[in-house]
Design a binder for this molecule. Structure first.
Ligand SMILES: NC(=O)c1ccc[n+]([C@@H]2O[C@H](COP(=O)([O-])OP(=O)(O)OC[C@H]3O[C@@H](n4cnc5c(N)ncnc54)[C@H](OP(=O)(O)O)[C@@H]3O)[C@@H](O)[C@H]2O)c1
Length: 414
């Protein structure tokens, strides 16, 4: 019986393309490679004509080094049918990473220009619904999307009941998060993951953002709420930040908890590269997020950034840089709150919080925490869920702007 399989022409990077696809699809393998005796790179004669066979999820493909050829176009695309939002997010982010482009209606081009569609299996089912008005609403919703967001194809799910209080009825200067879209940069771990969960519990739709697709996928599975999606983006990379807001579209609140460990060398032995990396990740990252967020942040929305106890109680020696950067957030937020009014801009300043950031100290973590808890007026080290309450308040309070809220158990007092 004859067989049929896709055969893709690349310029000189068929092998790299094959390796990229093998890294994206977990159930995949390289098959036969054949190098020919002629060259695709003209007089340089460095890249031979070659074919690279491989298999993705049982589909056999061939990649050919063919030299400059007409580019791929959307006349032929590879269609991935996904089971749920987590899978949709994974393939969409993984295939657009490194220079690919999001395209309308679940389409994308990868870094080699190959066209893909990442389509949740529910989309064709909804489009074929016998209720043609409903089917039409689904298609209209899809036309406004790039990555398909399953929760936005159908009417929003009812908000989870808030067991603690009825916010909307009691408070006039508070805005409910129900059906609001909240972006949490740093939402794949620690404080950000706590904020994402709290916002979901408040009825929001949440987009979590980080650099690692694996961490985002794990976080989505932990949150398991149907109203959470993810975008892979590095906030030190302006192209990534611009793409993030293009993909998410109009939204209501931006929270950034993203950050890496600060440099801690005494000033005489400061590692300038480490300092630049830290400034890039914290302060420049926040400036870039703000720059691109304003394009699509809806009226009545807010931005909340994260500083920390190190500005009030710098670790000595080696605390000058982290103290300066943490402190700068308050002034950044005050100025931006005036510039962007009535959009609100605030900062949360946590003390020590029990998050994966502390894994670096290994087994010493529990004794570190016990010693600090004994000194703190609060007598405890909080979880991410504990400090998430401060972010929730700043999103919901219509009357708080340019503010830095300390949630540090009294750490700044000791
Ligand atoms: N935990 C504490 O005790 C404490 C106390 C005071 C202040 N803070 C500050 O709070 C922030 C969050 O801390 P945490 O404990 O939640 O840390 P964490 O558990 O390590 O989480 C950091 C998050 O930021 C993301 N991230 C890091 N760099 C990024 C970048 N360039 N672009 C996009 N995402 C990035 C990480 O994902 P990827 O790695 O996948 O990108 C992760 O989701 C940090 O800035 C920290 O300095 C923490």
């Amino acid at each position: 019986m004859a067989t049929i399989h896709p055969f893709l022409w690349f310029n000189t990077d068929a092998e790299q393309a094959r390796d990229f696809y093998l890294s994206v699809f977990k159930n995949s393998k390289a098959l036969q490679t054949i190098e020919y005796t002629d060259w695709v790179s003209g007089t340089n004669k460095t890249v031979p004509h070659a074919t690279f066979d491989f298999e993705l999820e049982g589909l056999h493909l061939t990649a050919l080094n063919a030299g400059p050829q007409p580019p791929f176009n959307e006349r032929l695309s590879l269609y991935i049918e996904t089971r749920d939002q987590a899978e949709t997010d994974y393939y969409y982010e993984a295939l657009t990473a490194g220079g690919g482009r999001a395209q309308p209606c679940g389409w994308l081009t990868d870094r080699y220009g190959v066209y893909w569609q990442v389509i949740p299996e529910i989309l064709p089912r909804l489009s074929a619904d016998p209720d043609r008005e409903k089917a039409n609403r689904v298609r209209q919703a899809m036309y406004g999307m790039r990555k398909i967001i399953i929760a936005d194809l159908e009417p929003p799910m009812p908000a989870r009941p808030d067991p603690h209080r009825n916010r909307n009825e009691r408070r006039t200067l508070m805005t409910s998060l129900v059906d609001r879209k909240v972006i949490v940069v740093g939402g794949s771990s620690g404080i950000g993951l706590g904020v994402a969960e709290a916002a979901l519990n408040g009825g929001a739709k949440v987009v979590i953002v980080g650099r690692s697709p694996e961490k985002l996928l794990a976080a989505e599975r932990t949150l398991n709420a149907g109203r959470v999606t993810s975008v892979v983006a590095d906030m030190t990379d302006e192209a990534d930040v611009a793409r993030l807001f293009d993909e998410v579209g109009p939204f209501d609140h931006l929270v950034s908890t993203a950050g890496t460990l600060p440099p801690g060398d005494p000033i005489g032995s400061t590692d300038m590269e480490a300092v630049r990396g830290f400034v890039d990740n914290k302060l420049i990252g926040a400036v870039m997020l703000s720059k691109h967020a304003v394009r699509t942040l809806k009226a009545g929305g807010s931005m909340t950034f994260t500083s920390g106890i190190n500005k009030d109680r710098p670790p000595v020696p080696g605390g000058s840089v982290v103290s300066a950067i943490a402190g700068s957030f308050s002034y950044f937020a005050r100025a931006l709150a005036l510039e962007l009014a009535p959009t609100r801009v605030n900062v949360v300043s946590p003390g020590w919080v029990d998050t994966p950031m502390w894994d670096i100290v290994g087994e010493a973590k529990s004794s570190f925490f016990a010693d600090m808890a004994a000194r703190l007026p609060s007598r405890k080290i909080p979880t991410a869920a504990d400090v998430a309450a401060a972010y929730l308040y700043l999103m919901e309070s219509d009357f708080t702007t340019g503010e830095t809220i300390r949630i540090d158990g009294g750490h700044n007092l000791i």
